[in-house]
Design a protein around this ligand. Sequence first.
Ligand code: GLY
Ligand code: MN
Ligand code: MN
Length: 442
Amino acid sequence: MPQSTPGSLFSAHLAEVARRSAAALEKCGFEALILHAGEPLDLFRDDQHYPFKAHPPFKWWAPLLDAPGSMVLFQPGRRPTLIFHVATDFWYLPNRLPEGGWTSEFEIIEVHSRAEARSALPADLARTAWIGDPLPELLGWGLASINPPDVLRRLDYARGCKTPYEIACLAEANRIGARGHRAAEACFRAGGSEYDIHQAFAAACGQREHELPYNSIVALNEAGSVLHYQILRRDRPAQPHSLLLDAGASHRGYGSDITRTTAYEDAEFAALVAAMDRLQLGLCDLAKPGTDWREIHLAAVQRIASLLCECGVIRCGVEEAIESGVARLFFPHGIGHMLGLQVHDVGGLVADAEGGTLPKPPLDPALRLTRRLEPGFVVTMEPGFYFIDALLGPQRQGPHAARIDWSRVDRLRKFGGIRIEDNLAITADGHDNLTRRAFAST
Ligand code: GLY
Ligand code: MN
Ligand code: MN
């Protein structure tokens, strides 16, 4: 149960990160590791840069989201060192490290240039691997390797099982996100535009756009059929029908990934949303240690096909809907993915620490997770169906024409689609639904 605050769990998290990283280094024949936060990315021929996003392997060690140029040096058996970069630049406010809390776990060296950073590191880096940007200066630093693939692969794999600290961060990101969703829904019901709804979400989360874990998908009406809809229209629709809001919030670098679909005064669509909500909870019940995620995906295909048959969108039987491929025209994405420091977190297809890939089901190239669930995994569960013109249009005269009731499609396409997405932390004997828990407490 994620009741403890992240702060009280950080020390144990860092010890576990050190243990897993030391094992990866030993297997790959290195003695130390440097994790680089990243550097600001310049706009072309400009003095501005893109919003800074710290590299996830660095964030795994230090919840420092806005410290470009900083690094963590890890030498197994020693306290990690945080080389904290403070720019000497009067145009910007110099970065300041928070005092106490997690910083007390590190030796801290403040530096003002890359040359100073090099001096702060051990003179001999011949057995040290670097994870981060391949900076031109590195050629003169005497490093053993820059981004060695075997270390990267092992670190990705090691990030699969979240520590209690990470689960507490994800639980908090869910609480903040649930607050945002509540405000967004109220804005939708008041007739807000996509842009208004986005602003309501971000304001309730208290997060600037670049602090959110991904670009919110704020889709009114038929825009809900675009899986990663990226527009925020400013105009209010003449008639709202539906909102598909896929939006998450961040906490200490960890993001929630939450989708809710809301009907606007249409009882039939509201009933379909309620049916999808029940279907989603039924799929959540399957999420427990040992279950192959591909089986959950196939169960989702089966249950969504069944719902589409029941509501008269698909005219053939469920088995034919699946075998012919017509069901996947309405549900063309995976049932979920790993979640953590990245929204589509790393390691979802990795067979074991040695590498190797667990294949995707042949009909499901979009599935991002093929592993058996383990306690500590955090995954999304996000079934849906959509009326996607690009997929359905060619079928009006295509091989599936007779399997689809086009009058039902034409009645429902103004709603775009339905997706319900929660974040589940896998426990020893089942799962903890961080999203439903967050909504219940908001
Ligand atoms: N928000 C992107 C996704 O659900 O995977
Ligand atoms: Mn999502
Ligand atoms: Mn997702």
